[in-house]
Design a protein around this ligand. Structure first.
Ligand SMILES: [Zn+2]
Length: 222
């Protein structure tokens, strides 16, 4: 039975690396995959991992129809045994429905990789639809770590180095680029709620005016 599988995790948890590993494992067994992505850090039509691996992919723009694309490919004599979709949080709910149709009507496994929640801790619409439709959800256990060493479960957006909790849901940026205007950082929930990034914690350690990281907070601050 073919399956729609949603591999979910924070930024920096190794999703794209796993996507490339699945592609490698299957292609070395003679299977043919169709790879899709959207807004990859390496640019259009590329699926890249932070460890430096990269492969070509089909860019799924606004209005792109996954199901029609596969049907056209098969009708033209192409072969596809399975489908990989990276950055699936950026897809619309309709596009996720198309992925389910590929599984059910075309009999292909679809492996979708994405971040569950945005920088405000809200589900991306595409990720919500994947949770509703997926046969299986795998929460990735290659754990990203907060600067404090705790498991990082939340994505923070920084603008000019400061953590923000308002703004458009999708602004492309990456973790580990502190000089970028818009950046991202993974945090534990505690530090996401306190809006305390690594840079903020460093500044706080130098300034007596800022609440120490491990100081108990008053109830109204929780
Ligand atoms: Zn933390």
């Amino acid at each position: 039975m073919s399956e729609l599988v949603f591999f979910s995790g924070t930024m920096d948890c190794g999703k794209s690396t796993l996507a490339l590993q699945i592609e490698h494992n299957r292609s070395t067994r003679g299977l043919q995959g169709m790879i899709f992505t959207r807004n990859d850090r390496a640019g259009e039509g590329r699926l890249s991992s932070r460890l430096g691996l990269v492969t070509d992919a089909v860019e799924a723009r606004d209005g792109f129809d996954f199901h029609s694309h596969l049907v056209r490919h098969l009708t033209a004599g192409g072969r596809t045994d399975y489908v990989i979709v990276d950055e699936a949080q950026f897809l619309t709910p309709d596009q996720i429905d198309q992925l389910a149709r590929i599984v059910d009507d075309l009999g292909m496994d679809v492996f979708a990789f994405g971040i569950a929640t945005d920088f405000r801790t809200r589900l991306f619409p595409g990720s919500q639809r994947l949770m509703e439709l997926a046969d299986r959800i795998e929460v990735l256990q290659v754990e990203a770590l907060c600067w404090c060493g705790a498991r990082a479960t939340h994505n923070a957006r920084t603008v000019g180095g400061k953590m923000v909790v308002e703004g458009a849901q999708v602004v492309v940026g990456d973790v580990g680029e502190p000089t970028a205007e818009v950046g991202y950082e993974v945090l534990c929930r505690r530090h996401h709620r306190r809006r305390l990034t690594a840079a903020g914690a460093r500044a706080g350690a130098l300034s007596p005016d800022v609440l120490p990281v491990d100081a108990p907070t008053a109830p109204h601050m929780r």
